[in-house]
Design a protein around this ligand. Structure first.
Ligand code: NDP
Length: 283
């Protein structure tokens, strides 16, 4: 039976470290603020935003929520972003994606000040990640790296396979593994012999969006298996990209869904906001 990686416990540790730093900053008179902007009433987005607000409260940040109606125009949203860019109380700005169809994510993200872009989606921050000179790491891939670290596994020299090449997970994930000297293969829907490629991996990260696609024959005995996927199974139950029951005997370490990568994403958002605040105050 594999060791199950407890994302809730690791994220609680990360948040506790942040909380202590926040206390120390507050003692010096520094307040930390995260602005979360949500447009429309997508139920999943509402839940994510609520969880982010709760996390802010737990670590001692001020959170500023801006809930805008679905028919908000690009001009109106950009005006809000501009206001937040210039608001000294706001260290981090997060615009919850996806936006309603008439709004272009790219235009909005490109207008967030890079030093307040705590999602690390702005092209300046993406470029910095590429050259390994960054302040912020994208939250989900950074959370995955923390989970790998929690297993005591050294990435350096390991065969790492990432399934998925999205801009928010797969590509930055591969880059972070590479920065830690992993030998990295990025796979996607056109990859031939996916099973065989994955079965070479000492560290396998699945970010596909296909319920239980990764079965025991995709994994190497003893591998670290990290499941980013958040899907619904045939009974509507939350599940990952990895068939947990099938893989749990063969993997060395494995994340559950829920309770694996999910909680880490928010913890890393808090970490980025703290980093932004420290940079804004040179502390
Ligand atoms: P995308 O849909 O943007 O990307 C999916 C990737 O998987 C693509 O690169 C695609 O390849 C690849 N893919 C699709 N089908 C196959 C296949 N059969 N074999 C190999 N590769 C395949 O998804 P995201 O990266 O945004 O998200 C991935 C999953 O992670 C989703 O379940 C999402 O809900 C979850 N997620 C979880 C988060 C968390 O906090 N836990 C945060 C973000 C995402 P191609 O490029 O060729 O189309």
């Amino acid at each position: 039976m594999a060791n199950i990686i407890d994302g809730k416990a690791v994220s609680a540790q990360v948040k506790e470290g942040i909380r202590q730093e926040v206390e120390a900053l507050k003692a010096k008179g520094v307040e930390i603020g995260l602005a979360v902007v949500i447009v429309g009433d997508d139920p999943a987005s509402q839940v994510y935003v609520k969880n982010k607000e709760k996390a802010c409260e737990a670590v001692g940040f001020n959170s500023y929520k801006y809930a805008l109606p679905a028919e908000t125009t690009e001009e109106e949203l950009l005006a809000l972003v501009d206001k937040l860019n210039n608001d000294d109380k706001v260290d981090g700005i997060l615009v919850q994606l996806p936006l309603p169809k008439h709004l272009d994510d790219k235009i909005i993200i490109n207008n967030i000040r890079p030093d307040k872009d705590v999602d690390a989606f702005h092209p300046v921050n993406v470029g910095k990640i590429m050259i390994g000179d960054y302040s912020f790491l994208p939250c989900t891939p950074a959370g995955v790296m923390e989970l790998i670290k929690s297993t005591g596994t050294e990435v350096s020299g390991k065969e790492c396979v990432v399934i998925g090449r999205s801009n928010i997970v797969g590509k930055p994930q591969a880059m972070l593994l590479l920065h830690q000297n992993g030998t990295v293969t990025i796979t996607h829907s056109k990859t031939k012999n996916l099973k065989e490629v994955c079965a070479r991996a000492d560290i396998l990260v699945a970010a596909v969006g296909r319920a239980k696609m990764v079965t025991a024959d995709y994994i190497k005995e003893g591998a670290v298996v990290i499941d980013v996927g958040m899907n619904r199974d045939e009974n509507g139950k939350l599940c990952g990209d990895v068939d947990f029951e099938d893989c749990k005997e063969k993997a060395g370490f494995i994340t559950p869904v829920p309770g694996g990568v999910g909680p880490m994403t928010i913890a890393m958002l808090m970490k980025n906001t703290l980093t932004a605040c420290k940079e804004h105050h040179n502390s």
